[in-house]
Each structure stands twice: as C-alpha cells, then as structure tokens.
Write a protein that binds this ligand. Structure first.
Ligand SMILES: *Cc1c(COP(=O)(O)O)cnc(C)c1O
Length: 479
C-alpha cells in the first residue's frame, strides 16, 4: 500500500455514525454520554488521518484497510472516551507512609464521620434551625459544646481551615494595631501561609522580638506599647529549633498578658486532643494544656492530628469568640454542612477514650508499631510475588514513615515496606504507570526500587494494590 497516497486511504476511515453503531461503542454508550463518545471518535479519526498523512502509520498487509482502520478508530476512541469520563479527582492508594499527606488529602475520616457526611449530603438537616424553638439556629451549635467539653474552653468557632482561623482571629483582635511575636516563630506552612504575610492581610502590624533561637519574657515586656493588641505564640509545628534555645512559654506569656491587660493567642497548627506520647510519638502540646495554661484564643487544624475534615478550629474565651462571630469575615470563611457533620462525628469519637485510637484512622495509622506492620508487609510481598514474581523482585524491608501535614517533623515512625525492583522497566517508569492506574498508587522512589510503606495502606485496599501493581509491571514490560 503506497502510504504517500494518504488521501485515498482516508476513504477507508469509517464515518462517525457507523463507528458509533458498533457493538463496542454501543456498550460504552451505556455509561458514557453520547456527546463524549462522539468527540472521542472524531478525535481518534482525526489523529489517524494525521498519522496516515505523515507516514507514522502504515497499513499492515493482509488485512482489508477498512477493517484495520475501523478497529483502530474504535480502540482509540474507547480509550479517549474512558479517559475523559474518568473523574479528575481520583482514588489514590497511599503507600508513602506519610499519614497526613497534604497532597493526598490529609486525614482519612472515621467511619462515623463518613456516614455523617453521607447523611448530610442525602437530605435536609437542621444546619441553621433550632429544632426546639423552630427559630434560626447557629451552624456552629453542633460542635461548639463538644469542643468546649473536650478542650475546657468557654466557647468555640469553626472556619474553613486554620489559615483562615488565624486570619480571622488577628483581624478581629488586632486590626490596625500591633501583635508581638517571637522571631523564632515566624512560621511558613506549605509555601503560601506565612505568619508575617497573614499578619499583613489581617491589617495588624507585626512586632518581632527576640532572636531566632532565644526569646525571653522581657523581650515581650519591652515591646509592649499603647498600640499593642495581642501577644501571639505560634507552635513551630513543622520545624524544630534545637540546641541553645529559650522559648517563652504560654504560661509566661499569660502572666505578661495579665500584667498589661493583653490577650494571648496560640496558633497550635497541628492541634492534638490526645497526648501524642500515648501514640508512641514525641510530645506535642495538647489543646487542653494550652487552654489550661490560660491562652485566651487557640487555633488549630481539623485535618491534622485531630484526624477530621479540613477546618480551622478556634477555641477560647467567650468575649473574644463573640467578637469573631460578628466579624463579617466569618461569613466569608464559614464551613459547609459536610464539615459540620464530619467534625461533629470526629469529635464524638474522642468522647470514647478507649476506642478513639482505633476509630480515628489518623490515630490508628500513627500508633501502628513496626511489629504490627511487619506481618502486613510479609503478606503483601507474598501476594505480589504470586501475582508478578517473574516481573519484579519484592523484598520486605524496614523503613521510617513520617507524620506529615507539617506536624511532628522530627518524629520517625519505625515502619515496614515492600521494596519493588522491576526486572524490565525502571522503578521510575513503574511509579509513572502506577500514577496512571485506577486506583492510582503512590509509593516512595529510592535508588532503583519503589518502596511501598504499609503504614498508610487502608484495610480492604490490599487486593486492589496487588492487581494494579501486577498490571503496571506487565504494561511496562510489554511497552
Ligand atoms: C498547618 C498550620 C497552619 C495552617 O493550617 P491549615 O489548616 O492547613 O490552613 C497554620 N499554622 C500552623 C502553626 C500550622 O501548623
């Protein structure tokens, strides 16, 4: 077949209508909208034309051109249609071992929290209706009492995330005035949240005191002026300053605050309600401790160590919280009904001290010990070897996981992984096949192996992982 004579070959590309009537396309039409199929067929036919014209595609001998090109269009159009039909936000199996992985959606919710979201989504709810009086209610009511009970604070408010919580608190308490912060606590979180910049946004001006490694109570005292509105303590949740250091504690700040009649705010960031020592982790200040030490306002995330939905939780003295609630900014950063429902369910998990560590997945994953994870890794390696032993070496190995989410940066969690060393493709190629798979799989590349840390593998995900991995190794091997 003279490939240069492409114009004549075009005639063998079947018309769109004809392709859509083929059984393969009819069956796709059961789940994919016709308009999507139509544009996939057009796209596939267009690409075929281009390839015939450029000579990139030549027709095989022995097959009628019409049959060959029809099959080509159907195959390509099916792939294109399935691809554009696939949701853009996809399921990912997290084998990185990073429990609070911001890029992978941070906290996995408890079963009760998932049920609550489902219920909130499936019908109406009393989101802003007081069922006792029949009058308008507050969307914060379902969580405010729980937060007060769990943290010991007088009042609570929940906004979109902790960055919004800090912005709202500063804007309410210190707009047009000064806030004193230690130079050791000018935190940046994930690139776009920096304490000095949030301060500017809030309209408050930053007064930096002390040195990077040491800030003494007298540094705060000397900086107080008639313009001072607030003393701010920021928990250095994602880094540590070690060695010759001195941080002024919340209790010391509270003493200075009462000396000058100034409120003290603590941005805790990760905000744990449990003593992290109980999870086998280094100590973190709990929200209860900071409240007990006398902080007037405390802010923390809902989806870090708490293990709930994305939210910024503010607890503290009623007088300050009331002022925040009437700030118009609160309306701009308010939470939706899914967050209210999932947060309430998550907080209720903490009422059962005996079960919370198992029921909140974040806490369960963080507290899993290496000797508990070992058998899981061995079983996974066995299944992988059975499914794809000829295409890769699977070795059980020790690894350290990370908490993630900008929490407990120095904590190494002893864990177990399966190291995958593919025979015919590189580990980097395998990682790329796995990202394209359904569900996608994310591991950790190290040298020539892909490490699968089992700490973050959820119950029930193992078989899907084995299947996807075997397929990715085969797909890679066959080109
Ligand atoms: C994570 C963090 C924030 C930002 O919280 P988001 O919920 O991600 O908006 C702010 N401050 C500190 C100290 C943090 O650790």
């Amino acid at each position: 077949m003279p490939d240069k004579d492409y114009a004549r070959l075009y005639r063998h590309i079947p018309p769109v209508d004809e392709v859509l009537k083929k059984p393969a396309m009819e069956s796709l039409a059961q789940k994919i909208p016709r308009t999507m199929l139509l544009s996939a067929v057009r796209e596939a036919a267009g690409r075929l034309r281009d390839e015939l014209k450029s000579g990139r595609l030549s027709l095989p001998a022995g097959i009628p051109p019409r049959d060959f090109l029809t099959a080509e269009v159907i195959n390509r159009a099916s792939l294109l249609a399935l691809n554009s039909h696939r949701p853009n936000l996809r399921r990912v199996l997290n084998l990185t071992g990073v429990v609070l992985h911001t890029n992978l959606g941070r906290a996995v919710l408890s079963e009760n929290a998932r049920l609550a979201i489902n219920q909130a989504a499936s019908g109406y709810s009393n989101l802003e209706l007081d069922l006792q009086t029949g009058k308008r209610g507050s969307r914060y009511a379902p969580v405010e009492g729980l937060l007060a009970e769990l943290t010991g604070a007088e009042a609570a408010l929940v906004v979109n995330n902790n960055a919004a919580a800090v912005l709202l608190a500063l804007s309410t308490l210190a707009r047009g005035r000064e806030v004193i912060v230690s130079r050791g606590q000018l935190v940046e979180i994930g690139g776009s949240f920096r304490i000095p910049e949030v301060m500017t946004q809030s309209g408050a001006s930053l007064v930096e005191v002390g040195a990077t490694n040491k800030t003494h109570p007298r540094d705060y005292q000397n900086a107080v002026t008639t313009q001072t509105a607030l003393l701010l303590h920021v928990h250095t949740s994602n880094y540590r300053i070690l060695g010759f250091t001195r941080e002024t504690s919340i209790s010391e700040l509270v003493a200075i605050g009462s000396q000058f009649s100034l409120p003290v705010m603590s941005d805790l960031g990760s905000g744990s309600l449990l003593n992290t020592g109980e999870l086998g982790l280094p100590p973190e200040p709990t929200v209860q401790e900071v409240v007990r030490d006398g902080a007037d306002v405390v802010t923390f995330s809902g989806d870090k160590l708490l293990g709930g939905p994305q939210a910024g939780i503010i607890v503290g003295r009623r007088e300050y919280l009331d002022r925040m609630k009437s700030n118009p900014l609160t309306r701009a950063v308010r939470i939706d009904k899914f967050t209210v429902s999932a947060l309430e369910a998550t907080l209720r998990e903490y009422l059962d001290q005996a079960k919370v560590k198992q029921n909140v997945p974040t806490l369960a994953m963080l507290s899993a010990r290496r000797d508990e994870l070992g058998p899981l890794a061995v079983r996974l390696a066995g299944k992988l070897t059975a499914a794809a032993g000829e295409r890769a070496r699977f070795m059980v190995t020790e690894i350290d996981s990370a908490v993630g989410g900008g929490a407990l940066p120095t904590a190494d969690l002893p864990s177990m992984a399966v190291a995958v060393q593919p025979e015919k493709i590189t580990a980097t190629e395998l990682a790329s096949h796995l990202r394209a798979a359904e569900p996608a799989v994310i591991g950790r590349l190290q040298d020539d192996a892909l490490l699968l840390d089992v700490r973050t593998l959820r119950p029930g995900e193992e078989d899907a992982l084995v299947e996807v991995l075997a397929e990715a190794l085969a797909g890679g091997a066959s080109g």
